[in-house]
Design a protein around this ligand. Structure first.
Ligand code: ZN
Length: 753
C-alpha cells in the first residue's frame, strides 16, 4: 500500500515537472489548466498525508519557470509567489477559516477583489522614479531580463510619477504586474497576419509571451501589448498599510491599474460579487481566468505568512474551466468562398464552460501536422467567449497506437476538383470557381451584413434561387425580376417587393464596400480601403492587374529560354531560378526603388553567366514589370502575397465576367469624387516621393484632376518633384538635373492659384 503511494507521488512529480516545462518553457501545454490543477492537488494531498515520500524537488515546492536561454538572468528582490486556487465558494470559506485560526479571535477581515488576468507576470524596478529593469517571473527567484522589450510597451511608465503633481516616487520601487494583449489588439494582430498571407496566432497568452521574449525589441514594439500593475514587491521609503492603499498609490504614480478592483467588507460581500464577474468575463477587454482575492491589511497578511510557495493572505478563485479533453472521432471538411479547405474536428460531446461542444476548429492542415493531431487522439479543446471552440493539441500520453495521421484530401469533396496549395500558403484550396459549395459560400458572404447587406436574402433564399436556376453568381442577384420570384413557393408579393427594394439599395453601396463583398482572399475592409484610396474605379484596378499580368508574361517569355531546364544540384542556384520564376513576389518588392537596377540584376544573375544582351533584355522586362506593379506594390500595408492574389483574381475570366455583369446591372464601381478639379496643372509633369499627409494615390488623383501628369522617374521633362517625409533618391536626382523640388503644401498652393 505505502509502496503504491510512494510510486504515485513519484509519478505525479514527474508528470507535473514535464507539464511545467511544456507550459512555461515550450509554451505548448498538453493538458488543460484544470487537469494540471487536479494532478497538483492530488500530489499536495498525498504529500500532506505522507510527508516522508515528498521529494525535495517536488513541483509543489517550487513555482513554475518561464526561463529561457536567450536572456540574462535577474534575481528578484523577494520571491515572486504564486497563489493557491479555490474552485468554489466552499474552498473560500475553508480558506478564511484556516486563516482565522492564525489571527486574533476578533480580527476583522476585509478583502480586495480584482480580476485575475491571463497574461505574463512581470517585475519592474524603478530607481528614483526611473525604470531601470524589467524581468519575467522566471522560476520565482530569478527571471529573464527583458528591460528593453518592456520599455516598448506604452502603458508602462518610463518615469514615475507620470504626473509630477500626484506625489513623489520612492527611492526604489519594485512592482509586479501582468503583460497581455487586449482582445481587440490580438484580433488586429491576426488581421495583419492574414493581410500578409501568414497564419493566425491561436493563443493570446502564448503570443504575448513570445512577443515579450523577442531578441530584437523592435519586434516587441510592433505588437500592441498592454501592462497592468497590481502589487508592490519591494520598496525603499514607502509606508503603505493595505492592498487598497497600494492600488491607490500605484494609480497616483501613473501605472495602469485595473479600475474595477473592489474593497469588500467581508467574505460574503466577495462571494456575492463572483456570479456577476463570471457573467461579465466575456465582455471585458482582456481574458481573465478567475478573480484574485487578497486580505486587505498588510499587518494581517504578514501575520498569516507563507506556506510552501503560496502566501496565505491571498487566493485565486478560478472560473469553471474553458478547456477540456475529449476524443477526436472524425473530421468534416469545409470549403469556403475562396476555395479554402478547412478541417473541423468532430468530437465526443464534452461540456466546456457551460455548453456542450461537439465540433471544434482545427485551423488548417499545416497546423494539424505541426501539432501532430491524429484521428482518434484525445485532444484538448478550448472555448472562450464568442470564439469558435478550437483544438489546442493532442494529449500525446493518452495514445494507444490506434490513432491515424490526418492528411489533406486530394480532391474537393463537393466538386472533385484536385486541391492545390499555392506556394508559400498554409492552406489548401479548391480552385474551381463554379464549385457548388464555393458559389453558395460566396453568395452567402456577398449578401451578408458585413458585405453588400441585402436584407431579406438569407442562406435559404439563396439556396432556393440557386436551386431553380435564377442565380448562378453575385451579378445575377441584380438582374432578378418580380415575376419569376412570385412563382416560387413562399414568395408573397410583399416579400418580393421588399427583396427587390433592398437589392436596388445595394447597387449604391460604396466602391470600398463592393470590393470587400467580392470575398477576394486577404481583402477585408481594411485592404479594400487601401485599394479604393489608390484606385478610383473597378476599371482602374482591372487595368492595373491586366498590365501586371501582361508584364509578368513577357518577363517569363524573356527569362525562360535563358534558364537551365533541369534542376541544378546547387541550392543557391535553385533559389535564384525560383526567384526568376516568381518575379512578382520575389523580384519586384526587392527592386521596387532600386536606382541601379542594371548593376544589381547583373550581380544577382552572375551564377547563370548570361550574355550582356540577355542581361539587358531581362532588365528591360523587369523594369516594365516594376513599372506595372508600382501602383499596387507601393501601397503601404499591401504585402507581395496579397498583390499576387489581387492580380490573379482580377485577371480571372470568370471574375471579370461577373464584374462586367454587375457594372451593367448598375452596381456602383467608382470611388466617390472627393477632389476639386481644374486645369491649373495642365501640361505639367510631377514625380512624387516620400510619405505625404494622405496616400500617394490621392495626391496623384489630385494632380490628374487638375490636368497634370504623374510619372515614376525623374527626367529633364519633369516639371516638379513633390517630396514628402523621408523622400528617396529621386530628390538627389532632381537636384542634380536642376528640376525644382517642392513640398506637398507647395503643390496644393499651385493648384489653388
Ligand atoms: Zn470544389
Amino acid at each position: 500500500m505505502s509502496e503504491d503511494i510512494q510510486k504515485r507521488v513519484a509519478q505525479l512529480s514527474a508528470d507535473l515537472h514535464h507539464h511545467n516545462y511544456m507550459y512555461h518553457v515550450r509554451n505548448e501545454p498538453v493538458i488543460t489548466d484544470a487537469e494540471y490543477n487536479r494532478l497538483f492537488r492530488e500530489l499536495q494531498e498525498l504529500e500532506a498525508q505522507h510527508p516522508e515520500f515528498a521529494q525535495a524537488d517536488s513541483p509543489t515546492q517550487r513555482v513554475g519557470s518561464d526561463l529561457s536561454g536567450d536572456f540574462p538572468k535577474v534575481r528578484h528582490p523577494a520571491p515572486i509567489l504564486s497563489l493557491s486556487n479555490a474552485f468554489d465558494e466552499s474552498d473560500l470559506v475553508n480558506w478564511e477559516e484556516r486563516n482565522r485560526r492564525l489571527l486574533p479571535a476578533d480580527a476583522q477581515l476585509q478583502y480586495v477583489l480584482q480580476p485575475k488576468l491571463d497574461g505574463l507576470a512581470i517585475v519592474i524596478t524603478y530607481e528614483d522614479g526611473v525604470l531601470v529593469r524589467a524581468a519575467t517571473r522566471g522560476n520565482g527567484e530569478f527571471g529573464d531580463d527583458v528591460t528593453a522589450n518592456v520599455k516598448t510597451i506604452r502603458s508602462v511608465p518610463l518615469r514615475i510619477p507620470v504626473d509630477p503633481e500626484r506625489g513623489a516616487a520612492p527611492e526604489r520601487l519594485v512592482v509586479r504586474g501582468e503583460i497581455l494583449f487586449h482582445n481587440e489588439a490580438f484580433l488586429e494582430l491576426n488581421r495583419e497576419q492574414e493581410a500578409q498571407g501568414l497564419p493566425a496566432y491561436v493563443n493570446a497568452r502564448n503570443t504575448a509571451s513570445g512577443s515579450l521574449k523577442q531578441k530584437d525589441s523592435r519586434e516587441t514594439a510592433k505588437r500592441k501589448l498592454t501592462a497592468y500593475v497590481y502589487a508592490i514587491v519591494d520598496s525603499d521609503g514607502l509606508d503603505l498599510e493595505s492592498e487598497w492603499e497600494t492600488l491607490q498609490f500605484l494609480r497616483d504614480m501613473g501605472f495602469n491599474v485595473i479600475t474595477e478592483a473592489a474593497l469588500c467588507e467581508d467574505l460574503a460581500d466577495v462571494t456575492g460579487r463572483l456570479p456577476d464577474w463570471e457573467a461579465r468575463r466575456d465582455d471585458l477587454p482582456f481574458e481573465i481566468d478567475g478573480m484574485v482575492l487578497k486580505v486587505d491589511s498588510f499587518a494581517q497578511t504578514s501575520e498569516l505568512g507563507v506556506v510552501g510557495k503560496d502566501p496565505r493572505g491571498a487566493i485565486a478563485y478560478k472560473f469553471p474551466a474553458e478547456e477540456a479533453t475529449t476524443k477526436l472521432v472524425g473530421l468534416t471538411i469545409g470549403v469556403g468562398r475562396t476555395g479554402k479547405v478547412t478541417p473541423t474536428a468532430q468530437l465526443e460531446p464534452v461540456f466546456i464552460g457551460g455548453v456542450t461542444v461537439s465540433n471544434a476548429s482545427l485551423h488548417n492542415y499545416e497546423q494539424v501536422a505541426a501539432l501532430d493531431i491524429r484521428q482518434g487522439d484525445r485532444v484538448i479543446v478550448k472555448r472562450s467567449g464568442d470564439v469558435i471552440p478550437y483544438v489546442i493539441g493532442p494529449v500525446v500520453g493518452a495514445r494507444d497506437g490506434s490513432e491515424s495521421a490526418i492528411r489533406p484530401p486530394e480532391s474537393c469533396p463537393f466538386c472533385e476538383t484536385s486541391l492545390i496549395q499555392p506556394a508559400g500558403a498554409v492552406d489548401w484550396f479548391c480552385p474551381n470557381p463554379k464549385c457548388p459549395e464555393r458559389v453558395m459560400r460566396t453568395l452567402e458572404f456577398f449578401v451578408s451584413r458585413v458585405a453588400m447587406d441585402i436584407e431579406g436574402m438569407g442562406p435559404q433564399t439563396i439556396a432556393a434561387l440557386i436551386e431553380v436556376g435564377l442565380i448562378e453568381d453575385e451579378a445575377d442577384i441584380f438582374n432578378l425580376d418580380a415575376e419569376p420570384l412570385l412563382a416560387l413557393e413562399g414568395f408573397a408579393e410583399k416579400k418580393v417587393e421588399n427583396l427587390l427594394a433592398s437589392i436596388e439599395t445595394a447597387k449604391t453601396r460604396s466602391f470600398e464596400q463592393v470590393l470587400t463583398s467580392l470575398g477576394i482572399d486577404g481583402i477585408g475592409s481594411t485592404v479594400a480601403g487601401l485599394l479604393t484610396d489608390n484606385f478610383s474605379s473597378m476599371q482602374n484596378l482591372l487595368d492595373a492587374a491586366a498590365e501586371i499580368q501582361s508584364a509578368s508574361e513577357s518577363f517569363a517569355q524573356t527569362a525562360e529560354p535563358l534558364l537551365p531546364v533541369e534542376p541544378t544540384d546547387d541550392a543557391a542556384t535553385d533559389r535564384l531560378l525560383s526567384r526568376l520564376r516568381h518575379p512578382l513576389t520575389e523580384l519586384v518588392p526587392r527592386y521596387l526603388d532600386a536606382a541601379d537596377l542594371g548593376d544589381r540584376l547583373a550581380r544577382l544573375l552572375k551564377p547563370l553567366h548570361l550574355s550582356a544582351d540577355h542581361l539587358s533584355a531581362l532588365q528591360d522586362a523587369l523594369s516594365r514589370l516594376i513599372a506595372a506593379s508600382r501602383p499596387l506594390h507601393s501601397i503601404e500595408g499591401l504585402g507581395p502575397v496579397l498583390v499576387e492574389n489581387i492580380v490573379s483574381w482580377f485577371t480571372d475570366d470568370h471574375n471579370q465576367s461577373v464584374l462586367a455583369k454587375m457594372l451593367e446591372a448598375g452596381v456602383n464601381m467608382r470611388a466617390e469624387e472627393k477632389i476639386l478639379s481644374g486645369s491649373g496643372l495642365a501640361g505639367k509633369t510631377f514625380v512624387l516621393t516620400g510619405a505625404m499627409s494622405v496616400p500617394r494615390g490621392e495626391i496623384k488623383a489630385l494632380v490628374e484632376a487638375n490636368g497634370g501628369k504623374v510619372t515614376g522617374s525623374v527626367s529633364k521633362k519633369t516639371s516638379y518633384v513633390v517630396a514628402g517625409d523621408a523622400p528617396g533618391s529621386k530628390v538627389d536626382k532632381a537636384l542634380k538635373i536642376k528640376v525644382p523640388v517642392i513640398s506637398e503644401d507647395e503643390l496644393r498652393a499651385l493648384i489653388a492659384l
